[in-house]
Design a protein around this ligand. Structure first.
Ligand SMILES: CC(C)(COP(=O)(O)OP(=O)(O)OC[C@H]1O[C@@H](n2cnc3c(N)ncnc32)[C@H](O)[C@@H]1OP(=O)(O)O)[C@@H](O)C(=O)NCCC(=O)NCCS
Length: 184
């Protein structure tokens, strides 16, 4: 059984980025991201309607980390602390050493290798520090950017579920990708 401990919060650094803890000061950026239809197109969660929704989301993320249930990082450039995206390991299945990955990036920063950089750091943290054996990603099959990112990082599509997800009055398909821990 995995024992999780995200206290103190593990800040991660990459070449260009810092992956840090959320704060209520990120509310405007979270609202901008989570109310953006294009960004949320494949996330299939209700759009944030106002600053209260963003603050509630931030509190949920902070509580989740404090309670050692899952961890989500705010992504920022080292030179500017403004949140540009999020990445996290959640739905952590302690018994089976498995976690789900999720990520989201401000469209102004797309296709610059930002999520690639963040993902490598988070996967390394997941395998080396948390000790997960596998990471799963549940993707809307139409999400070409996310599928490309996953395959580039050696995730393999292991399943395809037809109309298993009910969102906004529609039954949607899911593609399930996973990556096993590197051999030691
Ligand atoms: C998915 C997402 C995080 C990718 O972030 P990103 O920083 O733009 O991705 P990167 O620049 O690191 O690119 C990684 C790879 O994916 C490819 N890629 C990125 N966006 C792409 C797109 N729109 N179409 C095709 N390929 C794309 C890149 O070309 C790169 O592959 P390459 O090095 O072989 O060229 C970003 O598109 C996003 O935030 N989307 C909205 C939220 C979302 O859908 N999250 C995932 C839910 S499962």
């Amino acid at each position: 059984m995995l024992t999780l401990n995200f206290n103190p919060f593990p800040i991660l650094f990459t070449e260009r980025l810092v992956l840090r803890q959320f704060s209520t000061g990120d509310a405007n950026e979270i609202l901008a991201l989570r109310s953006n239809k294009a960004v949320m197109q494949f996330i299939n969660r209700p759009l944030a309607g106002g600053i209260e929704d963003a603050l509630q989301y931030i509190q949920k993320i902070i509580d989740n980390g404090n309670n050692n249930e899952g961890i989500t990082w705010a992504i920022a450039f080292k030179k500017d602390a403004t949140l540009i995206g999020t990445i996290g390991l959640w739905q952590i299945d302690k018994e089976n050493h498995r976690a789900e990955i999720g990520y989201l990036l401000n469209p102004q920063q797309h296709q610059k290798g930002i999520m690639q950089e963040a993902l490598v750091a988070v996967l390394d943290y997941g395998f080396s520090n948390i000790g997960v054996h596998s990471v799963v990603a549940n993707v809307n099959p139409a999400n070409e950017a996310s599928k490309k990112l996953l395959v580039k990082n050696n995730f393999v599509q292991e399943g395809y579920f037809k109309e298993d997800y009910f969102s906004d009055g529609q039954f949607l398909d899911s593609a399930v990708y996973s990556l096993l821990a590197p051999l030691k």
